[in-house]
Design a binder for this molecule. Structure first.
Ligand SMILES: *[C@@H]1O[C@H](CO)[C@@H](O)[C@H](O)[C@H]1NC(C)=O
Ligand SMILES: *[C@@H]1O[C@H](CO)[C@@H](O)[C@H](O)[C@H]1NC(C)=O
Ligand SMILES: *[C@@H]1O[C@H](CO)[C@@H](O)[C@H](O)[C@H]1NC(C)=O
Ligand SMILES: *[C@@H]1O[C@H](CO)[C@@H](O)[C@H](O)[C@H]1NC(C)=O
Ligand SMILES: *[C@@H]1O[C@H](CO)[C@@H](O)[C@H](O)[C@H]1NC(C)=O
Ligand SMILES: *[C@@H]1O[C@H](CO)[C@@H](O)[C@H](O)[C@H]1NC(C)=O
Length: 235
């Protein structure tokens, strides 16, 4: 009886959140070293129609503190990079945690100060982004930022649909030493982020696909499917 009842509550809970690829909230950098936001499945990119099928992640990340002494980092990773990154977050020495979390990623990322190669992976944003402006990583290509937002990531995968992991972490890449450091300043950082399949600039989207993570595109048809999938998906 209790089992069935709690299952029912879970089901209702997930159905009400199922079509939401919009996440909004606040993160305190002192209370939580690491904050996991969402795992989202983007479709395989349709090479004939990339603008309609690329994954887009865009939004704003701000703070009341206008000129923080240090920054935090917004991190977007696929599973192959995420596992090591995630497992190293729990080291008790947070300075050591920061260096090992980013050790592997550091080699291949784009960063305007430390790794200014546009062909590198676009995985990170220094946050908070400057108030009323686009994030520093976007300033060389402002037109590729979705209107009304501070940052935009494009996710392209011509081979297969893939899960991406979005998180916030109290580490920053020092702009002069290019070493990863622990952010020890307390800040409240507000995020407002959309994840969609297809360029939000284009008005004609398949509504069944646009807002759904690819796994949910299938499972939202069957309520039982949603329930089973999400239980397996709890972190
Ligand atoms: C924090 O990030 C901004 C860009 O958003 C940059 O201009 C600033 O130098 C960074 N601060 C530090 C201390 O790295
Ligand atoms: C941490 O990162 C290192 C490499 O930097 C890796 O070998 C290790 O498996 C990761 N996980 C833990 C729990 O240390
Ligand atoms: C996001 O930031 C942009 C650029 O600063 C601004 O124009 C827009 O109003 C902001 N949107 C929200 C929801 O805060
Ligand atoms: C949105 O459309 C405008 C005008 O066509 C274009 O300049 C801009 O680059 C587009 N933005 C994105 C994110 O594709
Ligand atoms: C960055 O590193 C330099 C050199 O190690 C150091 O002097 C500076 O204080 C660091 N900046 C921040 C914001 O930690
Ligand atoms: C991170 O990568 C940049 C560019 O390759 C390099 O200059 C820097 O020393 C690396 N930092 C660490 C801590 O490995």
């Amino acid at each position: 009886m209790i089992y069935v009842k709690s299952g029912f509550v879970l089901l209702i809970y997930f159905i009400s959140h199922i079509n939401s690829s919009h996440i909004k909230g606040s993160w305190n950098t002192k209370q939580e070293f690491f904050k996991f936001l969402i795992k989202f499945g983007f479709d395989k990119t349709d090479t004939r129609n990339p603008e309609y099928s690329l994954g887009y992640i865009y939004g704003n990340i701000t703070s009341q503190i206008v000129h923080p002494q240090q920054n935090a980092t917004f991190v977007l990773l696929d599973r192959s990079y995420f596992l090591e990154f995630y497992s190293n977050r729990s080291k008790s020495d947070k300075q050591a945690a920061c260096s090992s979390m980013f050790k592997e990623i550091n080699q291949s990322i784009y960063d305007p100060w430390c790794n200014n190669n546009k062909k590198n992976n676009d995985f990170l944003r220094r946050i908070p982004c400057p108030k009323g402006m686009i994030c520093a990583e976007e300033t060389s290509q402002p037109l590729s930022v979705v209107k009304g937002s501070q940052f935009t990531f494009r996710v392209e995968d011509n081979a297969q649909p893939r899960f991406w992991y979005v998180s916030l972490v109290a580490c920053y890449l020092n702009t002069s030493s290019c070493k990863w450091q622990h952010l020890n300043q307390e800040m409240n950082i507000d995020y407002d982020i959309w994840l969609v399949n297809g360029n939000p600039n284009h008005s004609t989207h398949n509504p069944l696909v646009y807002q759904f993570s690819f796994d949910k595109q299938v499972s939202h048809i069957s309520k039982k499917g949603i329930y089973l999938f999400l239980l397996g998906d709890r972190k």
